[in-house]
Design a protein around this ligand. Structure first.
Ligand code: NAG
Ligand code: NAG
Ligand code: NAG
Length: 426
């Protein structure tokens, strides 16, 4: 089966787990934007679709050999400046409320550190299913641009529209003349309960200026940093993005933020020096070391190079490859350690085994791709506080406070129950 199946998926309406409140008035001078987790299929997880949406976003295949045999066919054929860009909507995502235009229209935007554009669906897009798409004719501050834009994907799906500029408001901060990519048409596979994607990588990824870069350039924030706290399902999946600062109250007492430089300021590229599973470290020569890793809030899983993924599973008893997909025992104790600047940040096993597949086995949160880099998604980020330092070009991590991430019942148990039977595709 090829990645091309993604386009034909019909999505059920996404379910917002938590109602999203407007951002609270900052009492500590920080702009706090609450984020919620949205899921398709009425809460039934489908990790395969999440995996495929990440492959599509990065223009990858499941494996190197698949990439070679399918050659160009899985690459996005985008003409918008970068084949690393995508408007592809993951099927499980953290979103917050953002206002566009004058008077302000409220839309639900995914906060995505893995892309750089502000892409929003419009009321002119008949096929878009976002709940509250943007109507440009109702905004007195909207300025249309001249350039049409279009992204094609190797699987035949596409999104297209026009560019324009308008005022964008997050909580108490308004950014004038933010460049927008308005979606006027798109093929099936993009529909979701979310109205768009608010890119938070470096604008250099696509030659544009992100909302946060505009906030910095216009001195609207104290510091050139923003930080993410992603909540687990067991605490209703809520979370928070802080623009212009961070909140050490989220961090397990006794810990500092450990910073590591961005190696290439397009995506949030960092180097991970080492990994461990249940205390066993990566032996030299197993995979490229350090391993280039992209910190992406818009990806759910950990999607990495084949040799690294194979090493990871070799440390998990009874894990195996089942029709090109890694599956692992649903119950286990082996946590994954990610070593950055000599400090280990962990992911507990309960987040590494996802929905039930059959025979006591679950879909693994770690899956392979044809790339030689790792995409560090929410499975990692919801266990660690993360600071994106745009000004100093570095990323900081600290373990989340234990009480913040306590899980009862565990996320994985939830997912096991929600998923039920073996997926037909497997
Ligand atoms: C968008 O706004 C215009 C002007 O108010 C209105 O005529 C049109 O019906 C709106 N479109 C939709 C789909 O609501
Ligand atoms: C940085 O990333 C961009 C986009 O992926 C790529 O085109 C460029 O070659 C990279 N630069 C270096 C020095 O690796
Ligand atoms: C990972 O750490 C272990 C233990 O410190 C060390 O033996 C091993 O060489 C390291 N692996 C790499 C790839 O650096």
């Amino acid at each position: 089966m090829r990645i091309t199946t993604v386009a034909s998926i019909t999505l059920a309406t996404a379910v917002a787990i938590v109602a999203n409140a407007d951002s609270a008035t900052p009492s500590d001078g920080l702009l706090r934007i609450p984020i919620s987790r949205s899921e398709s299929f009425h809460g039934t997880p489908n990790s395969r679709r999440l995996w495929y949406s990440t492959l599509r976003k990065y223009g990858l295949s499941r494996t190197k050999s698949e990439m070679e045999s399918e050659a160009i066919s899985t690459m996005p054929l985008g003409d918008v400046g970068s084949d690393k860009e995508a408007t592809s909507q993951p099927f499980q995502q953290y979103y917050g409320l953002v206002k566009i235009g004058t008077p302000p229209q409220t839309v639900k935007m995914q906060f995505d550190t893995g892309s750089s554009r502000f892409v929003v669906s419009t009321t002119e897009c008949a096929i878009c299913t976002g709940s509250t798409s943007f109507n440009r004719t109702q905004s007195s501050t909207f300025r249309p641009g001249v350039m049409p834009w279009k992204i094609h994907y190797g699987d035949g799906s596409f999104a297209e529209g026009i560019v324009g500029e308008d005022k964008v408001t997050l909580g108490t901060i308004s950014v004038e003349s933010q460049q927008l990519n308005l979606v006027l048409s798109e093929s099936a596979g993009f529909d979701d309960d979310i109205d768009g994607v608010l890119g938070l990588s470096f604008g250099a990824l696509s030659g544009s200026t992100t909302v946060f870069e505009n906030m910095m350039n216009k001195d609207l924030v104290d510091k050139g940093i923003f930080s993410f706290f992603l909540g687990k399902r067991s605490i209703n999946g809520g979370g928070e993005v802080i623009f212009g600062g961070m909140d050490m109250e989220r961090v397990e007492p006794g810990n500092e933020i450990t910073y590591t430089p961005v190696t290439n300021a397009t995506h949030w590229n960092i180097d991970v020096q080492n990994f461990s599973v249940n205390g066993v470290s990566l032996s030299t020569g197993t995979t490229t070391s350090p391993l280039r890793s992209i910190v992406d809030t818009g990806t759910t899983l950990l999607v990495g190079p084949e040799n690294w993924v194979t090493w990871y599973h070799s440390q998990i008893k009874r894990s195996r490859k089942f029709r090109k997909t890694w599956v692992v025992p649903c119950k286990g104790t082996s946590s994954l350690g990610v070593v950055v600047e000599g400090k280990t940040f962990s992911v507990p096993y309960e987040d590494l085994a996802r929905e039930y597949i059959g025979f006591g086995l679950c879909f693994s949160a770690v899956q392979s791709s044809s790339a030689d880099y790792l995409i560090l998604g929410d499975v990692f980020l919801k266990n660690n506080y993360v600071v994106f330092d745009q000004a100093e070009k570095r990323v900081g991590f600290a373990p989340l406070k234990a009480e913040t991430k306590r899980v009862t019942p565990t996320d994985s148990e939830d997912e096991v129950m929600a998923s039920g039977r073996m997926q037909e595709e497997l």
